[in-house]
Ligand binder design. Structure first.
Ligand code: FES
Ligand code: FES
Length: 204
């Protein structure tokens, strides 16, 4: 009897789906459209002695909270809004793990104060898919095995989405250059580049 070969992709699908889902921001609870309309404004309790009122729009949902002005967007997303798909790596602007989109521009959330993004639209990995339909970049990362541990993956995907909207050249060297702010300690770069280029219509 022949035993089906356990490819890396098959192994991941069987054994690591929860990890993949979390890396792609799919493990977070999602609201139906109707529920989102009803609960589109979330009011959170104050935190810190110098807390001030702040309203943030994240993934199309408005959050009203009281935080100290020194709190970063990264800590606010993770600790106050429970959007833990955005990762903390270096916490000093060098790894790109915390990349989110602010009005469509890639931004290091660890270097950005939450108060600075009031009135702007923040997109995290949890807001990229359309319901159960993955964003093409998310699907491409799965198709091309663009990750190993997955820790850098949310930032990589958001950076890649912005790269294409910036209309950068998408030859291999250019993709590597324009993605160079996103570090992958697992060294999945060849597959990440292949995923980005496939969405750009340039299969590697
Ligand atoms: S955690 Fe923000 S760049 Fe590393
Ligand atoms: S997949 Fe592990 S750090 Fe990039």
């Amino acid at each position: 009897m022949s035993v089906p070969r356990m490819t890396r992709r098959r192994f991941l699908r069987r054994a690591a789906l929860p990890t993949i889902a979390a890396s792609l921001g799919l493990g977070e609870p999602r609201l139906s459209a109707a529920a989102a309309a009803v609960a589109s404004i979330t009011v959170l309790p104050a935190q810190g002695p110098g807390a001030i009122p702040v309203a943030l729009t994240v993934n199309g949902r408005v959050y009203e909270l009281r935080i100290e002005p020194r709190v970063t967007l990264l800590d606010t997303l993770r600790e106050r809004l429970a959007l833990t798909g955005t990762k903390k790596g270096c916490d000093q602007g060098t790894c790109g793990a915390c990349t989110v989109l602010v009005d469509g521009r890639r931004t290091n959330a660890c270097l950005t104060l939450a108060v600075m993004v009031q009135g702007k639209a923040v997109t995290t990995i949890e807001g990229l898919a359309d319901g159960n339909r993955l964003h093409p970049m998310q699907a491409a990362f799965i198709e091309h095995d663009g990750f190993q541990c997955g820790y850098c993956t949310p930032g990589q995907i958001l950076s890649a989405v912005a790269l294409l909207s910036e209309k950068r050249p998408t030859d291999e060297a250019s993709v590597r250059e324009w993605m160079s702010g996103n570090i992958c300690r697992c060294g999945a770069y060849p597959n990440i580049v292949a995923a980005v280029r496939s969405v750009a219509g340039q299969n590697a």
